[in-house]
Design a protein. Structure first.
Length: 277
């Protein structure tokens, strides 16, 4: 899809619509916690707008002519699943918010991982609505290029059990970030999990997290894009990955404590399993 000779060693300047287009070609929908917000995925107005973005990207040299031809041949009734069925069959997207260091404010960045490597996207400095995208390196460099900036701590996660609790409760509290509610959240979590220590630690990471990252794994199948969603949270004590449980009787999530090595294994294992499907 990409003109790799343009990407290697250079930064691409993208509008928000162009960024959404490129994300779509990699299989990623919009992210919002564990539940991506719904966006229009068909209709003449939507398709015309998409084609205009495709022409803009081709003129900049950011996509190939073959990709644009496929898009221009799509009908207004086409949905995003079929329009964005490309050579990329699997990948991972991380949307992260974390401080660069103690002196700098919180920054936001995206990482896209696929067979062509690791792509980093962040807002362009001083340019509202503009983004910079560059190929940071090969997929094998994920530990150095992606995990190291996240600064996950070294808490002995293997000694802690996973916690399972209400998805609705998680959605209501995950963006709270207020230590005043820590006692109340700890009590509520303990009532749902029966784990006093785990409830205290996880309530702490919600109340005062220094890292919030949304993950989306995407894999192309015969039925279209199959996606899995998760949230990574970390404070100065622990790191947790939260994903949705498949339970018919209710809608629950599971929070699993992990360290940097474990998270690295999750990323690479998922990519390898998806590639071999």
């Amino acid at each position: 899809m990409f003109a790799l000779d343009v990407l290697n060693g250079k930064k691409l300047m993208l509008t928000e619509k162009e960024l959404s287009f490129l994300a779509g070609t990699m299989g990623f929908s919009r992210l919002s916690g564990l539940h991506p917000s719904s966006v229009p995925d068909q209709g003449e107005e939507w398709m015309n707008g998409l084609k205009q973005v495709g022409v803009s990207l081709l003129q900049k040299g950011y996509i190939s002519g073959n990709e644009l031809e496929k898009l221009l041949a799509s009908s207004p009734s086409s949905d995003s699943e079929s329009v964005f069925a490309t050579a990329y069959t699997c990948g991972c997207c991380l949307r992260c918010s974390f401080p660069a260091n103690e002196q700098e404010p919180v920054i936001q960045t995206h990482y896209y991982l696929n067979k062509d490597g690791i792509f980093e996207i962040k807002p362009a400095a001083g340019m509202s609505g503009q983004y910079e995208m560059e190929r940071a390196g090969a997929l094998e460099q994920a530990d150095e290029l992606v995990l190291q900036p996240l600064q996950l701590n070294c808490y002995p996660a293997a000694e802690m059990p996973a916690l399972s609790f209400s998805r609705q409760w998680f959605d209501e509290h995950v963006h709270l970030r207020d230590l005043l509610y820590l006692p109340e959240m700890t009590t509520e979590l303990f009532a749902m999990t029966g784990d006093e220590e785990g409830a205290g630690l996880f309530a702490g990471v919600i109340a005062d997290n220094r890292l919030y990252a949304e993950l989306q794994f995407a894999c192309w199948t015969e039925e279209g894009w199959s996606r899995q969603h998760a949230v990574l949270l970390a404070d100065d004590n622990t790191n947790w990955i939260v994903r949705q449980l498949n339970r018919q009787e209710s809608d629950w999530v599971i929070a699993v404590p992990l360290d940097r090595e474990h998270f690295h294994t999750i990323l690479l294992d998922w990519m390898e399993q998806s590639t071999n499907r």
